[in-house]
Write a protein that binds this ligand. Structure first.
Ligand code: UDP
Length: 244
C-alpha cells in the first residue's frame, strides 16, 4: 500500500488498469457443495482469486477446555497455498494468516446462531489456491455459503467486499496492482439485509468522506453479491450450472 510508483492506476477516461469503472466489481463465480466429505463447502472465483472453503460441524468441541457451555465455538482457518502468489509462500501459518483467521472467525461468529449448539465447534477452512487481492473478503463470502450449505442457522448470509483509493479516486474491489500501489484498502463484511457490519479494516489513508464513499460503494455491491449467493444456493437444489 502506498508504494511510490510512476504507474498510473486511473486513465484519462477514468477507467482502471483492468478497464473497470470505479464502482465496478471484478467477475465473480460461485458454487456450493463441491466437496463430498465436508458438511458444507463452496468454491469462489473472484477476479484472479480462487478459493475453496469447507465447513465441519457442529460437532463436540475437543479438547474439552475449548468448549463453551453456552454456544458453538466458530474457528476459521485462513490458509494461502504456497503456489497461490507470485513469490512462493512459505507453507504454514504466519502473522497475516493468524490475524485473518481471527477476524474472519469473529465475523462469522456474529451471524451464526451459536447458542443452538452449546459445547460444539464449527470449523471453517478457507484455502486460497490463487490470490489476486481481496482474498479475505472473497473467503468470507465463500465461507458463509459453505456454512449455509452445511445447514448451519444464521441471521443472514454474510458478504465480504473491499473498496479503496487509487490515484485519488475511491474504487470498488481492488485488484493486485491497485492493492499494491494504491493509497488505501478497506475490506468489509456486512449483512446486506440490515446493513450491520461484521468486519471493517483499513490499510492506508483516506479522509472521512472517502471512507464513507467506500463503505457506501461496498454496501451497494453487497446487495448484488448477496443475490448471487442466494441464487447459488438455490441452483444447487435445482442441479443448475455455476452462477456467474
Ligand atoms: N499477497 C502475496 N503474498 C503474501 C500475502 C499477500 O502475494 O504473503 C498478495 C495476494 O495477492 C493478496 C494481496 O497481496 O491477495 C493482498 O493481500 P492483503 O494482505 O491485503 O489481503 P487480501 O486483500 O488478500 O485480503
Amino acid at each position: 500500500m502506498g508504494m511510490k510508483t510512476d504507474m498510473r492506476l486511473i486513465d484519462d477516461n477514468g477507467l482502471r488498469i483492468d478497464g473497470r469503472l470505479p464502482n465496478q466489481l471484478r467477475p465473480i463465480k460461485m458454487q456450493v457443495g463441491v466437496l463430498k466429505r465436508a458438511d458444507g463447502s463452496a468454491y469462489i472465483e473472484w477476479g484472479g482469486n480462487k478459493i475453496i472453503t469447507a465447513v465441519y460441524g457442529p460437532h463436540e468441541a475437543y479438547p474439552k477446555h475449548m468448549q463453551d457451555p453456552n454456544r458453538a465455538v466458530v474457528r476459521a482457518r485462513y490458509n494461502m497455498a504456497s503456489f497461490s502468489v507470485d513469490e512462493r509462500k512459505r507453507p504454514g501459518p504466519d502473522r497475516r494468516s493468524v490475524e485473518l483467521s481471527k477476524v474472519i472467525s469473529e465475523a462469522l461468529t456474529s451471524v451464526i446462531f451459536g447458542d443452538k449448539f452449546p459445547r460444539t465447534s464449527i470449523e471453517v477452512y478457507i484455502e486460497v489456491l490463487q490470490a489476486d487481492a481481496g482474498t479475505r473478503v472473497a473467503g468470507i463470502t465463500a465461507a458463509s455459503l459453505a456454512l449455509a450449505d452445511a445447514g448451519i442457522p444464521m441471521r443472514d448470509i454474510i458478504v465480504g467486499c473491499a473498496a479503496g483509493k487509487v490515484d485519488g479516486v475511491v474504487v470498488l474491489d481492488l485488484n493486485k496492482e491497485e492493492d499494491n500501489y494504491g493509497e488505501a484498502d478497506v475490506p468489509m463484511a456486512i449483512l446486506p439485509r440490515t446493513g450491520e457490519i461484521a468486519l471493517l479494516q483499513m490499510d492506508g489513508n483516506m479522509t472521512y468522506e472517502e471512507l464513507t464513499a467506500a463503505m457506501d460503494m461496498i454496501t451497494e455491491a453487497a446487495k448484488k453479491i448477496h443475490q448471487m449467493q442466494v441464487d447459488t444456493l438455490k441452483s444447487k437444489y435445482r442441479g443448475d450450472e455455476d452462477v456467474e
